[in-house]
Design a protein around this ligand. Structure first.
Ligand code: 5GP
Length: 129
């Protein structure tokens, strides 16, 4: 969906929509036609990048249901391009996407956290694995 149109359930005033419009600044890492990647403002790991589609989707499910195959392919290829660009392939990295209430998702625009740059510890805080 074009960025100037949005469905009723999408809040066009969320922070990532403002970043996409250039209304608030961000530190870019990678850009493609349909995808934008930038540094998280509060990094939870030595490398913490947010990868977002330019289209207006609230979360992973919304993106999967409504985005075109082209946007979806571009998105995941961009995630991989960021990992390559930041030299994370050799030592590895983690992808996280919060979806909805139980996950603690704060920003209602679909995003993947790409985390790396050192040992990341357990998958979830308080867990041993
Ligand atoms: P969520 O909890 O929704 O999965 O993650 C939202 C992420 O967005 C958090 O890691 C938070 O630090 C990041 N974030 C929130 N506001 C801003 C901002 O204005 N700029 C950037 N670069 N990141 C932000």
């Amino acid at each position: 969906m074009a960025a100037d149109k949005h469905p009723p359930h999408y809040d066009p005033e969320n922070i990532f929509a403002k970043i996409l419009r250039g209304d608030i600044p961000s530190k870019a890492v990678y850009e493609s036609k349909d995808t934008y990647a930038f540094h998280d403002i509060q990094p939870a790991a030595p490398v913490h990048i947010l990868v977002i589609p330019r289209g207006y989707y609230t979360d992973f499910h919304d993106f999967t249901m409504r985005a075109s195959k082209e946007e979806i392919a571009d998105f995941w290829q961009s995630v991989d391009s960021v990992a390559q660009k930041l030299n994370l392939l050799e030592n590895g990295f983690r992808l996280v996407t919060n979806t909805g209430k139980d996950s603690g998702q704060i920003v209602p625009h679909f995003h993947v956290h790409l985390l790396g740059g050192g040992p990341l510890g357990p998958l979830l805080s308080g867990s041993d694995i």
